[in-house]
Design a protein around this ligand. Structure first.
Ligand SMILES: [Zn+2]
Length: 314
């Protein structure tokens, strides 16, 4: 569902386009529209463009038509087309003298500003302007930030590599142990010795450990030998500098290695083809090298990094 807001004469009109395969019912759409209305309030200026009964201009964000029975509203003698300006006189309020409406009038402590037009303000942002970000922040469920997020989503990341590593970090790759009962063998296809689990693949397996040790040596980077989940936590705390080229390459190294190990595993499972660990290491190295060589910041890499990755000198 897409919702477009159009500001027209200080009113927000909601246009809702529904895809043909939408499962949303009209009831749900209308419900969401009503809940979104509470985001906005009209700030009264001269009151000439705000409906007295139907617009949300009261201090609590409500409208008169929702507060009181129609017989009380009609007793004011004002038409249904009345504007807020119709209860303004000589620069001040001229509220209809109806006892049932008096508690509502008492809540209106501001005075009209005759030299200004009415304005529709969004309550979600201090500036009063509507932004997609403020609406999203209001609507979304807020959870604690995962301290691993910068391992996956950082400036210079490779999306498909980050996605596979994210799945691996939450144990959602379809490894053989997760397919238990639906496959005839749960043995790791890379070494043929142990059950294939996330911990085994990254990097307890004989094959993947050889790849991991070799690529770390080739890139002159160090990781302690730890189980998969601890390795991720260690990397997140050690290589956490956002603008440090070495830290960025370290994160690339991990995600790219995970990606190509999973790629190699899938090739063996589904196409019955295999390559040596040396070939996998070279593929990972060249992939990262090509990627960082085309970065805008490549010219700022220290000479030591440029030498390791065979980048052209400045
Ligand atoms: Zn294995």
């Amino acid at each position: 569902m897409w919702i477009h807001t159009v500001l027209l004469r200080n009113r927000f009109f909601w246009h809702i386009n529904i895809p043909s395969n939408a499962t949303w019912s009209w009831r749900k759409i209308l419900q969401s529209r009503e809940s979104c209305r509470s985001f906005f309030i009209t700030q009264i200026g001269n009151g000439s463009s705000t409906s007295l009964w139907y617009d949300y201009w009261l201090p609590d964000g409500k409208r008169l038509i929702d507060l009181l029975p129609l017989r009380i509203l009609t007793s004011t003698g004002l038409s249904w087309n009345s504007k807020v300006s119709h209860i303004i006189h000589d620069g001040g309020w001229n509220f209809p003298n109806i006892p049932a409406l008096q508690p509502t009038w008492n809540t209106i402590t501001f005075t009209p500003l005759l030299d200004r037009e009415d304005q529709c303000l969004c309550r979600l942002h201090p500036s009063g302007a509507f932004t997609i970000k403020s609406a999203w922040d209001f609507l979304r469920a807020k959870k604690q930030v995962n301290n691993l997020y910068h391992l996956f989503w950082f400036k210079g990341h490779i999306p498909r590599h980050s996605f596979i590593m994210w799945l691996a970090s939450i144990g959602r790759l379809r490894t053989m142990d997760r397919l238990y009962g639906r496959v005839t063998s749960t043995t790791c296809i890379l070494c043929g010795l142990h059950m294939e689990t996330h911990d085994h693949l990254f990097f307890e397996c004989y094959y993947t450990n050889l790849v991991w040790m070799s690529i770390c040596h080739k890139a002159n980077m160090h990781w302690p030998r730890q189980p998969w989940t601890q390795l991720l936590q260690w990397t997140a705390s050690y290589y956490k500098q956002r603008n440090d080229s070495e830290h960025m390459i370290a994160r690339l190294l991990l995600s790219t290695t995970v990606y190509f190990l999973w790629f190699e595993r899938n090739n063996r499972v589904f196409t019955n083809t295999a390559q040596t660990y040396q070939t996998t290491v070279e593929t990972i190295f060249q992939q990262i090298r090509t990627h960082i060589a085309h970065m805008d910041i490549a010219c700022t890499f220290p000479a030591r990094i440029r030498a390791i990755w065979n980048l052209q000198p400045d």
